[in-house]
Design a protein around this ligand. Structure first.
Ligand code: ADP
Length: 247
């Protein structure tokens, strides 16, 4: 069993050029296979945190599988961390779904046979095998979201980072993406306001506010704490409300 945390963040602070302190002394460790939900009000620092998890804001204070997330480790880290954007149109840019899913492995120099195998595996995982030759803009929104996941699964990452994976999905497509997240064995970080999804995933949950980590614990401790939630711009999820109680 791999004892090195997949992700380790030690005392990370980040200030934008205009002086906004977006992350304030953040400490976080994630084990292999662990699922972590990150919630908090708008402006809490969730996006800024996600931008530290691949090459966009490199920092030695963020370690991926024991290596600092610095430019010199970029190639390795981009393979190990798969970031899935909230808007699939930011992720899909090739003429076909196949090309988008092949893009990562192609850049890593795999052979054609290896690439084909990786693309087939990733598309099977997200149930889009029959859509390989379609242009991504012909997919439904739910299919695009799943195709986005396939573009990183083809890299066989250690850590999947998903930004609001259920946003704008109808109930049936929301269910599909939640089931997909449940099935995937690697570690996951999910930034979301969908507290019911967090309950469904039984995820460890952290709450960020003003760039600081204000809570870290099991979902059924954090998401039952009404005082904590309301203090940080959230509400008690429906499943944890006493029967008949509205917000
Ligand atoms: P969240 O994703 O939780 O809504 P963000 O990480 O986007 O939070 O934002 C954290 C803080 O950083 C907010 O105060 C936001 O206004 C600020 N911020 C985000 N992006 C920039 C930027 N490019 N320049 C200056 N401030 C920014």
């Amino acid at each position: 069993m791999n004892k090195i945390p997949v992700l380790e963040i030690s005392g990370l602070s980040f200030t934008y050029p205009d002086g906004t302190l977006a992350l304030n002394n953040l400490n976080l460790s994630l084990a292999a296979g662990e699922t972590l939900a990150v919630s908090g009000p708008n402006g809490a620092g969730k996006s800024t945190l996600l931008l530290h998890l691949n090459w966009i804001f490199p920092s030695a204070l963020v370690k991926v599988n024991g290596r600092p997330a610095l430019k010199k480790n970029l190639r390795e880290i981009r393979r190990q961390v798969g970031l899935i954007f909230q808007d699939p149109d930011d992720q899909l840019f090739s003429p076909t779904v196949y090309d988008d899913v092949a893009f990562g492995p192609l850049n890593l120099g795999y052979t054609k046979a290896e690439i084909d195998e990786r693309v087939a595996g990733a598309l099977l995982e997200v149930n889009l095998t029959s859509h390989a030759q379609k242009p991504p803009h012909h997919l439904s929104f739910g299919e695009k979201k799943r195709a986005s996941v396939a573009t990183v699964l083809s890299m066989d990452p250690l850590l999947l980072v998903l930004d609001e994976p259920t946003s704008n999905l109808d109930p049936s497509n929301r269910r599909k993406i939640i089931n997909l997240i449940k099935e995937l064995p690697m570690a996951k970080i999910i930034a979301t306001h969908d507290l019911e999804m967090i309950i469904d995933l039984r995820a460890r949950t952290i709450i960020l506010d003003n760039g600081a980590l204000v809570a870290d614990g099991p979902y059924d401790k954090i998401l039952r704490d009404e005082k904590l939630l309301t203090e940080h711009g959230l509400e008690l999820p429906w499943s944890f409300r006493p029967r008949g109680k509205s917000a």
